[in-house]
Design a protein around this ligand. Structure first.
Ligand code: MF3
Ligand code: CO
Length: 256
C-alpha cells in the first residue's frame, strides 16, 4: 500500500530518520581495521538506543519460507558482498576494504532507512569512483522525486547514470516506500522506463537505494539465506536515503 503521510506523521518520520543520520555520522569515525562486523553492529545498536530508537532490522521477518528472521541491527556487506551481510565475530574488517552498512531505525512507530559504503584505509581510485558513482546515482534519481514525475523517472535516471559510468545495477532488489512499515509500496527499481509507474505526490516518503556493481550485474545468495554477493567477485557499493516528497524539491531525511 502507498501511504501519504500527514504533517504529524512526517514529523515522526523526520525523528526516526534523524537517528540514522546521527548514526552514520558517528560510525564514519568508528570503523577501523581489525574490528569485527559484529562489533560494528553493536556500536550501531548502541547509538540507535541512545537516540531513542530501536533497530528495526533485528528480528525482521521477510515472510519467505525457510528464510530465518534477521539476527542483527545492521546489514554489513564487505567488498563483493552487495547487501544483507550478516554481522559476525568472525568477519574482520581489513585495511583496503569497502564496507557497506544498511540500517533502519524505528522510533515512535516510524522507520528511517539509509545505507552508506565506507572506505577503510587506502583503496584504488577506481574503487573510490565506484562509491562516488553509487552516491551520485541517488542524487541523479532524486532530481525526479517531485510532483509531475513518476517512479519510473527516478529508476530510469539511476540506471542510465550508472550504466553511463560503466557499472551495473542490481536488478533483484530495489528501493521502496517507507513509513510505519520498513517496506511499503511502491517498489523503486534502480533501472526502468522514464514516464512509467506511479505518480509522485507530496507526503510520500521513499527509500531510494542504488546498489551498484563494478562488474556484471549478476548476484548470488549465500547459504545463510541473507548475504548477497556479486557472481563475478567484483566490488559492490550501496547508498540509500529516506526522502520526503514535497511540492518542490525532495527533503533528504537521513542526512543532517
Ligand atoms: N534496510 C534494508 C533496505 O534497505 C532491508 C534490510 S532487510 C533486513 O531495504 F532483514 F535486514 F532487515
Ligand atoms: Co531500504
Amino acid at each position: 500500500m502507498v501511504t501519504i503521510k500527514s504533517k504529524k506523521e512526517i514529523e515522526s518520520m523526520r525523528d526516526a530518520c534523524k537517528v540514522v543520520a546521527i548514526l552514520y555520522n558517528e560510525l564514519e569515525n568508528k570503523i577501523k581495521p581489525g574490528m569485527s562486523t559484529w562489533e560494528l553492529d553493536q556500536i550501531a545498536e548502541k547509538i540507535m538506543k541512545e537516540n531513542g530508537a530501536i533497530p528495526a532490522e533485528k528480528g525482521y521477518n521477510p515472510g519467505i519460507k525457510g528464510v530465518p528472521a534477521y539476527p542483527a541491527a545492521t546489514c554489513i556487506s564487505i567488498n563483493d558482498e552487495v547487501i544483507h551481510g550478516v554481522p559476525s565475530k568472525h568477519k574482520i574488517i581489513k585495511e583496503g576494504d569497502i564496507v557497506s552498512v544498511d540500517t533502519v531505525a524505528l522510533k515512535n512507530g516510524f522507520n528511517g532507512d539509509a545505507a552508506r559504503t565506507f572506505i577503510v584505509g587506502n583503496v584504488p581510485n577506481e574503487t573510490k569512483r565506484l562509491i562516488d558513482v553509487t552516491k551520485q546515482a541517488f542524487f541523479e534519481g532524486i532530481k525526479y522525486a517531485k510532483p509531475g514525475y513518476r517512479i519510473g523517472d527516478i529508476s530510469h535516471a539511476i540506471g542510465e547514470y550508472v550504466h553511463s559510468q560503466g557499472y551495473s545495477v542490481v536488478r533483484e532488489f530495489q528501493g521502496h516506500g517507507i513509513g510505519r512499515s520498513m517496506h511499503e509500496d511502491p517498489g523503486i527499481p534502480n533501472y526502468g522506463k522514464a514516464g512509467k509507474g506511479l505518480r509522485i505526490e507530496p507526503g510520500m516518503t521513499l527509500a531510494i537505494e542504488p546498489m551498484v556493481i563494478q562488474g556484471k550485474p549478476n548476484i548470488l545468495e549465500l547459504d545463510d539465506g541473507w548475504t548477497i554477493i556479486t557472481e563475478d567477485g567484483s566490488l559492490s557499493a550501496h547508498y540509500e536515503n529516506t526522502i520526503l516528497i514535497t511540492e518542490k524539491e525532495p527533503e533528504i531525511l537521513t542526512i543532517i
